[in-house]
Ligand binder design. Structure first.
Ligand SMILES: [Fe+2]
Length: 227
């Protein structure tokens, strides 16, 4: 398997390029529009064909590169079935599997950060979007977010995965690249709660400012980055 974790410095977004070493087919998770040319250089250098691109959810803090990648490579665009984006080629159901040669990636519906948030599991690699972050969790105060749903997605889905599952989040603001489910269960301050009410209480008191350009970014992302 070929695996690259790429970072967008403006939005602190992680983008993942995964490919099968045998068939040279690749998938990109959560591309950032401004970095599409860089992804295409990586694909050429590694002699890979991009076949699929996934957005874990409609992002508020950056514009997705999904449409631009599709225009450049003819790849298929993918989101979860709860996505409000109309131009997505394939909308996956919970537990549905995407295949890239012999690699299998399972979609997990994990709403809460937004009502359309999905995580993706490939063997023991978990791409959690903004549902579970390293030492944090995705905010739930816009895009139909729900702290109650987030609690369910975290405690009844992602934290049920084996402790050695490697966590690759959609963002990190402190330079951390990966973690494990076991480490997050033990150390993530948001997860040290006894019940859903305590989690809702924490999330209701974050007092975060609205992301810059949120309305502009969401309207572009509903068209997968197109104008
Ligand atoms: Fe997000």
């Amino acid at each position: 398997m070929i695996f690259k974790q790429l970072f967008d410095t403006n939005s602190s977004t992680y983008t993942y390029l995964i490919a099968s070493a045998k068939g040279r087919e690749a998938i990109i998770i959560d591309p950032v529009l401004e970095n599409v040319d860089e992804y295409i250089i990586h694909l050429k250098e590694l002699d890979l064909k991009l076949v699929k691109v996934i957005d874990t959810h409609i992002h508020a803090d950056h514009i997705t590169g999904a449409s631009k990648l599709k225009i450049n490579t003819n790849c298929t665009t993918i989101m979860g079935e709860n996505s409000p984006a109309e131009t997505v080629d394939i909308k996956l159901k919970n537990d549905e599997i995407i295949k890239i040669d012999q690699l299998k990636i399972r979609a997990m519906f994990t709403p809460g950060h937004t009502s359309d948030s999905y995580s993706f599991l490939m063997d023991n690699y978990l791409f959690s979007g903004d549902t579970l972050l390293i030492n944090g969790t995705g905010r739930t105060d816009f895009q139909n977010g729900s702290s109650k749903d987030a609690y369910h997605s975290l405690f009844h889905k992602l934290l049920k995965l084996p402790e050695e599952t490697i966590l690759y989040p959609g963002h990190d603001y402190n330079g951390k690249k990966s973690s494990t489910i076991g480490k997050e269960k033990e150390h993530n301050p948001r997860l040290q709660v006894e019940n859903v009410d305590q989690y809702i209480e924490i999330m209701s008191n974050l007092n975060l400012s609205k992301p810059k350009m949120i309305d502009h970014n969401i309207s572009r992302n509903l068209k997968l980055g197109n104008i």
